[in-house]
Ligand binder design. Sequence first.
Ligand SMILES: Nc1ncnc2c1ncn2[C@@H]1O[C@H](COP(=O)(O)OP(=O)(O)OP(=O)(O)O)[C@@H](O)[C@H]1O
Ligand SMILES: [Mg+2]
Length: 372
Amino acid sequence: MRIKRVQLTNFRNHNESSLEFSEGVNFITGANAQGKTSILEALSYVCLTRSFLQQSDSSVARLGGDNFAVDAAIETDKNVVNKVRVAYETGTGRKYLLDSNEVRRSSDVIGLFPIVVLSPGDFALTGGAPSERRVFIDIVLSQVSRSYLEELTEYRRALKQRNKILLDGKLNNYLDGDLLSAWTDALISHGKKIVARRNSFVDEFSGIFSAAYRSLIESGESPSLKYEPSFALEGDVDAAFRNTLTGLSKIERARGSTLAGPHRDDIGFFLNDMPIKEFASQGQHKTFLVALKVAEFHYIKHKLGETPAMLLDDVMTELDFTRATKTIRTVAGLGQVFITATDMLSFDERMVDMQDVKYHSVKDGSVVYEHA
Ligand SMILES: Nc1ncnc2c1ncn2[C@@H]1O[C@H](COP(=O)(O)OP(=O)(O)OP(=O)(O)O)[C@@H](O)[C@H]1O
Ligand SMILES: [Mg+2]
């Protein structure tokens, strides 16, 4: 899909900004704090119904006002142009309109206009806690599979209940064994499906990821991913999960929480078989991250049959010239791309032979010029 144009009204520091996009690469440039990230955030609203920055709608409404709107024209791979409007007002909240019809469930929209976002907040994905990597898998799988999202919701419910029973047991010195066993069954029933899906996902994703990484570097680095579930994945997943919980039951009761299951999973990220968390340089972390997102692009495109747009916020810092050039060239070949940056000169040298490039310059919440 391609975003053809967007209009931001009272959106962060934008009063009224309209942009017409290229189907190829769109550079959004300007000094710090002028409104570049806000434009990507607006695109996230029309494509995913919400901000990728995980902030409240009220913080997005322009200071001093109580509403905002984003209007966009989005063309799918089948060349159908959809008119999308997201409108927020204090009191009534946020509305999502697709061709003037209100869509109430965001799951009815997610997947229609897929985007892959890479923003500074994603840095934690390679260097941060395991929960960051679980969120990554969950977001990718949820975009391509509604049933995965449903299993996840059920799993979280079972986990919450089971934790409550264990904690109550610890605090009151009395544990309802039947209730615990019922929630253990529910936990295993949903958890085993999540573990199986994640396992096959990492298998399939690894190859796509390695190819993406290699396209971003000269040579000499061999990346790999490894799914690290909280229990050994041997034979029957159901039995393996149950046996692990049985083995942990004393500690679980002492601590008052569930100690095995998908909520304790991780994916190991390696370069030349060494964990990147401990050994990789800043640039290698960044390359790893870009490769994960490029792989996410290919995976989603393959599964959904719709080409995602790439939103890259502040990606070029910390990459040397070779890696930055390869990154731009790699993503430019994928489809529609939006890249924000403070410095435009360095792009021009790399862009000379590139098709479909458009520059949008942003100053103080306004688009001061656009040129192809
Ligand atoms: N609700 C709001 N109303 C008005 N201004 C806002 C609102 N929320 C954020 N801002 C301001 O909007 C400006 C633009 O923010 P944005 O994140 O888009 O900048 P940017 O161009 O991406 O900058 P940087 O290069 O530093 O990342 C900032 O000065 C920010 O403080
Ligand atoms: Mg920014």
